[in-house]
Structure formats: C-alpha cells, structure tokens
Design a protein around this ligand. Structure first.
Ligand SMILES: [Zn+2]
Length: 456
C-alpha cells in the first residue's frame, strides 16, 4: 500500500488500503491513504463524502476539497482558501470581544489591553504589540483615525471623514523601515536621530525575517540608530476582502509609527519610495508627481495628524538606492530576495535579476520567473529593468526589447533635483546633501522627464 502510494499509483494503493481498513490497528493509516488518493485524483466529492463518513477526521483536506470544487463551479466566487481561513481563525482574540466596528466614531474602534493595542474592523480584530510604557489614552485621536483610514479606506469610505481636532506637529523624523534596499537607502540619507520602525508579521509566512534581523541589529548596535520593532497582524485585513496577505495600502507599513507618534514625539514619517514610483508612474512614464491627487491628498492628510510626509528618496531611482547601499558598508546585510536562505539569494527570481544582478550577485537569466517577467508587456519596473540589462550587458539575451534598449539609461543612478523641494524644510538641506555623498544630480534637460517607454 505504501509503496503504491509513494509511486503515485492511487488505485492500487486504495485497493490494498480497502483490504485492511476495518482492522483497528491499521484503520487510521488506511483511511488516510484512501482519502488522500482520491484527493490526488481530484475527486473532491469523494473526499468530502468520506470525511463526513469518518467523523470529520480529515477536516482540513475536506475544506480544501470544498474550496477547489467551488472554484471549479464558479472561478470568481468569493471563498477563502482553507489556509487563509485557518490563519484568520487562529488569530489572537481580545478579552473585550463584544466591540463592534463603529462608522461614526472611528477612534472608539481602538482600545488597549496590556501593551497590546486592538482595532476592531468589520470582519474581526487586528492588533499591535506596543512598547510596555505605551498609552493609547495619551495618543491623539487623529493618529487613530489616520491608522484606521490607511488600513480600511480601500473598502470603507467612512474612514476618510475630515479630522475635527488638530495635533501639534512632533519633532522627530521616523522611517517605515523594511530592511530592503529602498528603505535602507532612505535610512542612510536621513538625519541620524531618525527612528527606524520595523513592522513584524506575527503569523508564519514565506517571508524570511532573518536578513532583516541582522540588519536591524547592525543598525542598532553598530550605527547607534534608534530602532522600534513592532509586531502586528494587520496584513490579514485584506484577506477578508478576498485579497492576498499584505498591506491594505501604501502607507500601511507605517501604522505602528503613526500609533507611536505621540509616544515618540514623531513629526515626520518617511517612506523609501523611489523615483520609479514618484515622478514615474509604474516605473515607465514621467508625470508631475506633486500634481497627483495621491501626493496632494496624503501630504495634507498626514499633516492634519501632525505629521509631515517625508519622501527622502523620491528623487532617487531604485538603482540610485542600490548605489547608496553599495557605497556604504551596509551591503552584506542586504538581500532583496525573499526566497533565499536568509543570506544568499535564490538566483532565480525577478528580484535576484534586477536587485541582486547589478550588485554583482549570481542569477540565471534563463530562470523561468525572470524570463516570464522579461517577456511581459509592458515590462515590469521598465526603466529599472532596462537599466539593469544595460549594466549587465545582457541586451543580446532579449532581442524583443532591442528598441527600448536604445535609450541610454546611464543617468538612472543620478538624482532628480526637483525632488529636493518636497523634502520637509527642517531636514531638506541635510538630506539632500547626504544623497550627494553618494550620487550626482542629473543635468538639464533632465532625462527622466522624457521617459515614456510605451508611448502611453
Ligand atoms: Zn531570488
């Protein structure tokens, strides 16, 4: 039975299993072989039926079968994957479970139990584990409202209501620090008293925190930087809306710092958002970033919570950010690959191509994912990917991109001077100066302004 099962001979394995399934000693294993062999043959109805027959002892497999069969009937049906359901159901619950989401009084959706801050949302609860001395009652309501908005606005308009009170602007800059290249470059050009705020997922996932941990320790112990490390499960909120685990919106990576703003006297929040996402739309078409509704709305919204929006590398491309990290002593602690072993990259993913490749790290241009991405139209993070191909002298590997590769992108590691004007005045000169310890500014006419790879 085992041999047949291991060889993938499902019917043969089942034939042997049925012969011994009534022997008490063998029953558990035999049942497992029978139901799993049906599962492997995609007979979901039989999996569901046998689970019911056998007292729900294969619940997880049966849930997977229900999911698969429902998706087969209607691919767009709103059903949660069993793995997501298990994660959602396994989350910690507050002592005060009766709180319900209140649209009219957003701040009432937050409360504190010990050092844990809870927020109720329409589908459950989310939490942050704050420092021992944190006090929610001395946290300004605008900070709570901003947190709720950032986590829920894609689905709930009520979170966008204007703030009634005013919070006085704090004095310190803080950075949403992911330990990736962009936020590390931001940390390197920001003032030394910047608080580096790391968001830590509380649940298990493919995300590997080991690289980040080594860099956090380095920043704290060798560089003398102030690091706050806050655990939260708010990346699950999206899953209730049938989206993948992750941030609800761009600024979700900083909700822990927004909540800490009064506790730490934070007056500016920084994000490692590079030129690829500011003056370029999707990394491929120039736009006047300061005129976008996105920039205008969030600048004002943060400010009304007493926080300046600080985009230190808005005028620096991904390649420029890589150069900043490369020219500092931080590189050994950085690896953007999420599939490596915590030190080395996998060499096969898109990040290993466009983030690790130009740093001289090994990757395989023929790897499946890299080839798939290179063949996409439009090319993802186009300007950066084209620059990487030029840097690595791989033009001959991608004849289909030859017309796009004619543009000289050697300026891609230079800074874009107009970006200086959006830096908060109190740190503007210092930050701009530090960027130029590593990079040179672009010359006029600024070549980035004519970027529009696909004539959009
Ligand atoms: Zn990789």
């Amino acid at each position: 039975m085992r041999r047949a099962y291991n060889k993938g001979e499902w019917e043969k394995a089942r034939f042997h299993a049925f012969k011994i399934v009534d022997r008490p000693k063998e029953q558990e294993l035999a049942r497992s072989v029978i139901i799993r062999s049906y599962w492997n043959q995609e007979d979901t109805a039989e999996v569901i039926r046998l689970n019911l027959l056998w007292g729900n002892s294969f619940e997880e497999l049966s849930m997977k079968a229900k999911y698969v069969s429902q998706k087969a009937i209607s691919p767009n049906s709103k059903v949660h994957h069993p793995r997501i359901l298990k994660l959602q159901n396994g989350q910690p619950r507050p002592q005060n479970e009766r709180k319900e989401w209140n649209d009219n009084d957003i701040e009432s959706n937050f409360w504190q139990e010990g050092s844990r801050v809870w927020m109720v949302h329409p589908h459950g609860w989310t939490f942050w584990d704050m420092p021992e001395s944190f006090s929610l009652s001395s946290t300004h309501p605008n900070l709570l409202k901003l947190t709720a908005e950032i986590l829920l606005y894609p689905w709930m308009n009520s979170t966008k209501a204007p703030f009634v009170k005013t919070r006085h602007i704090g004095s310190l800059p803080a950075l949403a620090f992911s330990a990736g290249t962009d936020s590390t470059a931001a940390a390197l050009v920001m003032p030394k008293n910047t608080i580096l705020g790391y968001h830590r997922r509380t649940f298990e996932s493919i995300l590997d925190h080991r690289n980040a941990d080594r860099l956090l320790t380095h920043m704290k112990e060798e560089k003398g930087r102030k690091v706050v490390d806050i655990s939260s499960n708010h990346e699950l909120i999206r899953t209730y809306y049938y989206k993948q685990i992750g941030f609800s919106s761009d600024f979700s990576c900083a909700t822990h710092l927004i909540l800490l703003a009064d506790h730490c006297d934070i007056g500016a929040l920084a994000f490692g958002m590079p030129l690829d996402n500011t003056w370029l739309a999707k990394g491929r078409k120039f736009r006047e970033f300061t005129e976008t509704p996105y920039f205008k709305y969030w600048t004002e919204r943060f400010l009304s919570a007493g926080i300046e929006l600080f985009l230190p590398i808005a005028g620096v491309s991904e390649a420029g950010a890589m150069k900043i990290c490369q020219d500092s002593d931080i590189l050994p602690y950085l690896n953007s690959c999420l599939r490596g072993d915590g030190i080395e990259g996998c060499g096969k993913c898109w990040k290993c191509f466009h983030k690790n490749g130009p740093l001289g790290r090994p990757f395989d241009i023929q790897a499946k994912e890299i080839q798939t991405f290179l063949k996409r139209k439009p090319l993802p993070t186009a300007t950066h990917a084209l620059w990487a191909l030029q840097q690595l002298k791989l033009e001959s590997e991608v004849p289909e991109l030859s017309s796009l590769l004619k543009t000289d992108l050697s300026w891609w590691t230079s800074s874009y001077p107009p970006a200086k004007e959006i830096l908060p005045l109190r740190w503007r000169e210092e930050t701009w100066q530090k960027i130029h310890d590593f990079l040179t500014p672009m010359n006029e006419p600024y070549p980035v302004e004519s970027i529009n790879h696909y004539n959009e």
